[in-house]
Ligand binder design. Structure first.
Ligand code: GLC
Length: 458
């Protein structure tokens, strides 16, 4: 039998229907507020300046750079028409040193990675400038389709001198320093890339979501609703919600572990929604709860209340361990022994310990799926009657979702769909599809670069 202390800890991660409805109401009011507010501290609902989705007929060769929380991808993207693409991509891990160094070092490195791609695809640069689309997985105050000022970065990035600078200039200055004739013709958020590229293959896509190191979403809004947008007239526009940063009005059911993650992060008080659901933090929640439970002698009693050094390191318990453990269907959860032995040097777990660890992980994973579903429900309702038609039985709305958590975490999609069905009701939910979207970053950036370069964007 689990101890009372364990039960009380786990129960804090179980969401009631009431809590889910509070999250939806809170997110909805922030989505609405973001449409009009020009308060620079409110980074939500960023206009993308993209006013139409691709038709699938686009053609041409474009370069793309996708800067994420973990990796940098560079690509040469051949748009072949008919929803077809040919992609040559290279992936590089962004080291901790780069993440916390200077902007100049970061953008020199990006230029070097791009030069390496150009070499490997033997692209003839001729005299013409190469057009590049850029996906940036961080908040940006966008001022044109290819311009935007860098806002607080999160995800462990602390670049000393880029805040408030224009990303196009930062990138092109780096390319110039390395003699690369490249022009940045589009800059998009990764959620916008996911929406655009998934719409290229699946035209009913109206929402793009990322569930990876971080989380966020983009959707299509009526331009008349976006009163803060001052660009050329249009009917509709893709907005980058930055839902990661929502949750300011205390409607998020944070446990003391969520609060601790926030308090010791590089930017406390920033991205509180993201810190409860995304891949960078879920494993850390498990670690913090376990450390607390070990100290209370509520689990792993053979340790006698002493937490091993290996479990004391921040972010040491990866969300990947949660996926491994949740994919193990053996009745004795033997993968738990393996994870604790191999990664933490801890041996001697009892059957009860394994059952408790499994329950803790399952509950934290399920909370993430439910909160993400609640956020999707808020967006679907906000867009309903315009880009989304939940009440029309002939209409399907597809949500394209990219990211390791959605792709690799066992049953994440089903858990989200179950929750969406509870929230929206069977009929409306049956018109919603959750689809895995892949490589949206580079393909989406290339598509928007193409549309922008040919003058078709705004
Ligand atoms: C972070 C960024 C956001 C990005 C998301 C997913 O929340 O602020 O721009 O879309 O991570 O990568």
């Amino acid at each position: 039998m689990s101890s009372a202390a364990f039960k009380s800890t786990v129960s804090q991660f179980v969401l009631s229907n009431d809590q889910v409805h509070k999250i939806i109401a809170g997110l909805t009011s922030e989505l609405v507020e973001g449409l009009s507010t020009t308060d620079p501290k409110n980074i939500t609902q960023q206009p993308s300046y993209i006013t139409r989705l691709p038709t699938g007929k686009e053609t041409g060769l474009y370069l793309a750079v996708d800067m994420g929380g973990t990796n940098l991808r560079t690509a040469a993207v051949h748009l072949l028409g008919d929803g077809q693409v040919g992609v040559t991509m290279e992936k590089h891990e962004i080291t901790h040193q780069l993440k916390t160094g200077t902007g100049q070092a970061m953008f020199d490195w990006i230029a070097d990675c791009t030069a390496s791609l150009l070499k490997s695809v033997a692209l003839d640069m001729g005299n013409a400038d190469l057009q590049m689309g850029v996906t940036f997985s961080f908040a940006l105050h966008q001022t044109a389709i290819n311009r935007g000022k860098v806002l607080a970065m999160g995800k462990g990035f602390d670049l000393s001198d880029v805040m408030g600078k224009d990303l196009k200039d930062l990138l092109e200055d780096g390319f110039k320093r390395k003699n690369l004739p490249i022009v940045v013709s589009a800059i998009i958020n990764d959620t916008v890339g996911t929406l655009v590229s998934h719409a290229y293959v699946s035209p009913s896509t109206k929402i793009g979501v990322i569930l990876a190191t971080g989380t966020n979403a983009a959707y299509i809004e009526r331009a008349s609703e976006v009163s803060k947008y001052k660009g050329p007239a249009c009917d509709q526009m893709i907005l980058n919600t930055e839902w990661d940063a929502m949750g300011k009005a205390d409607y998020l059911p944070q446990t003391k572990y969520d609060k601790e993650i926030d308090a010791v992060s590089l930017v406390p008080g920033f991205q509180e929604f993201e810190k409860m659901v995304s891949g960078l933090y879920m494993g850390e929640l498990v670690r913090l709860a376990l450390v607390d439970l070990i100290q209370q002698k509520a689990v792993f009693t053979f340790l006698n209340g002493i937490v091993p050094e290996s479990l004391k390191t921040r972010l040491a318990f990866k969300t990947l361990f949660m996926s491994t453990i949740e994919s193990d269907n053996s009745s004795d959860h033997s993968s738990i022994d393996r994870v604790f032995k191999t990664s933490f040097g801890i041996e001697g777990l009892s059957a009860q310990d394994r059952a408790d660890v499994h329950e803790l992980i399952h509950t934290i994973g399920k909370r993430s799926a439910k909160m993400t579903a609640a956020a999707c429900a808020a967006l679907l309702r906000k867009a309903n009657g315009a880009s989304v038609k939940l009440d029309d039985p002939k209409e399907i709305t597809t949500i394209g979702i990219d990211g390791s958590v959605f792709e690799k975490y066992p049953h994440f999609s089903r858990k989200m769909m179950d929750e969406l069905t509870d929230i929206l009701g069977q009929d409306r939910a049956s018109r919603v599809r959750l689809e895995l979207a892949r490589d949206g970053g580079c393909i989406g950036a290339a598509l928007v670069a193409m549309v922008s370069h040919s003058g078709g964007a705004v």
